[in-house]
Ligand binder design. Structure first.
Ligand SMILES: Nc1nc2c(c(=O)[nH]1)N[C@H]1C(S)=C(S)[C@@H](COP(=O)(O)O)O[C@H]1N2
Ligand SMILES: [Mo]
Length: 423
């Protein structure tokens, strides 16, 4: 367990080491062609195929739960939460309102049949796949339970604002700001499961994989959704969650068990987890090579390091184009969050950014979750207006005016101009 306890690897250095090892033939890169990796290294920052989704079921919706139009904006195999639907909900997003991001379609799995298989050369005394360690649902339930409040947010949340505010055209789902939800997750520590499985001191990466269908992109199957996680994060605060807001995990959110990686981009939180490879060599998948890295002129030639922590954002609990009566006093509500710390300050402008006032915070700053806020407003002159909110976190990070562009439109962090009309 010595490697286990080592310090957080600096992700960029770690990634370079990974690439070198791969080139030396040491790393495993199933489902990633040599050509793909070389392209990555050579760094043509071309836009990738738009995940349109291939149905996992013969028929039916890719999402199981109802998606009332008042609460959701349908986006292919995904569904975005409407911010106006969060008004009046508490700190935690009700399961019925939580956004869904599916590469294919929600598989309906039975906890009684479910097994979690741990395998790989990063386990002690386990020759590769020969003797995998298995856990059933009841085995997990019998381990010490932990609960934690955390957001799951898609790396592409806010992507459409690269177009609306910056005139760019990144590839991917055109989310506004509703690809985030906060829940109270209950489950077991991944660290407990890894230790029970017998972690070797040489383990460096763990790679959970979903039980949903293989993801087909550009006519090529990339295999089942999976993404390696450095061991240091896996042993830190990652959960195998079986409850969401006090209910068994809903089908769309990973029933019976999902990975929950606090503060990181949503792709790390693999749903419907069926197996976890524990590896003594760095691992690659399309989700840490082709996807979920930053490409473009502002980034390293061979792309940035695989995305880890989420960025900082704010949203009003209002519909786009909401109307207000001139001269009538209001209270505006919103939420801000960051992957690098709790939110300590939010400034709001109701005049398109000329003057700023400090909002009142309704939650204590806590990492991995949002802070609700409010501010009074009496709209003046009738006509179109823009509401803006700018958050600052405990790490001293503040939302900028412009987000650094990247071809796939990840990590939008700029202040969003929320259009409203005063009547
Ligand atoms: N197995 C599997 N896990 C997955 C995905 C998926 O399609 N399949 N999507 C990922 C992405 S990109 C995000 S943003 C989150 C979304 O979680 P949610 O649907 O519970 O909101 O799940 C992640 N885990
Ligand atoms: Mo995502």
């Amino acid at each position: 367990m010595s490697a286990a306890g080592s310090a957080h690897p600096h992700e960029i250095a770690y990634d370079r080491r990974r690439l070198r090892q791969w080139l030396a033939g040491e790393a495993r890169a199933d489902g990633v062609t040599r050509r793909r990796l070389l392209t990555l290294l050579a760094a043509t920052a071309t836009a990738t195929v738009l995940p349109g989704g291939s149905p996992a079921h013969a028929a039916g919706s890719p999402i199981v739960k109802p998606l009332p139009p008042a609460s959701f904006i349908p986006r292919g195999t995904n569904a975005e939460t409407r911010w106006e639907a969060l008004r009046g909900t508490g700190h935690h997003t009700p399961n019925a309102l939580f956004f869904v991001r599916n590469h294919t379609a929600t598989p309906v799995l039975d906890a009684a049949d479910w097994r979690l298989r741990l395998w790989g050369d990063g386990l002690r005394g386990t020759p590769a796949e020969d003797r995998p360690v298995e856990f059933g649902y009841d085995d997990l339930r019998a381990l010490p339970a932990v609960t934690r409040t955390a957001f799951v947010e898609c790396a592409g949340n806010g992507r459409s604002h690269y177009a609306t505010q910056q005139g760019e055209t990144p590839a991917g789902t055109a989310w506004t700001l509703g690809a985030i939800g906060v829940a109270r997750w209950r489950g077991v520590r991944l660290a407990d499961v890894l230790r029970r499985a017998g972690l070797s001191p040489y383990a460096v990466d763990v790679q959970p994989r979903g039980l949903d269908a293989e993801y087909v992109s550009g006519g090529e199957s990339l295999g089942r959704v999976r993404r390696p996680l450095p061991l240091a994060k896996a042993l830190d605060d990652v959960l195998l969650a079986y409850e969401m807001n006090g209910e068994p995990l809903p089908h769309d959110h990973g029933h019976p068990v999902r990975v929950l990686v606090p503060s990181w981009v949503g792709i790390a939180s693999i749903k419907w987890v069926g197996d976890i490879e524990v590896s003594a060599r760095p691992l690659y998948s399309p989700w840490n090579t082709t996807f979920y890295r930053l490409f473009g002129p502002a980034h390293p030639e061979d792309g940035g390091a695989p995305l880890t922590q989420q960025t900082i954002k704010s949203a009003f609990e209002l519909a786009s184009g909401a109307t207000f009566a001139a001269g009538r006093s209001q209270v505006l509500h919103g939420r801000s969050w960051s992957g690098t710390g709790g939110i300590v300050r939010v400034d709001v402008s109701t005049d398109g950014g000329a003057r700023w006032r400090r909002a009142r915070l309704h939650d204590r700053p806590r990492s991995g979750t949002w802070t609700r806020w409010s501010i009074p407003w009496t709209p003046g002159t009738p006509g179109p207006a823009h509401l803006l909110a700018r958050a600052t976190d405990t790490a001293g990070r503040t939302q900028p005016d412009t987000s650094v562009s990247n071809t796939q439109g990840y990590l939008f962090d700029a202040v969003v101009r929320h259009p409203v009309t005063v009547l």
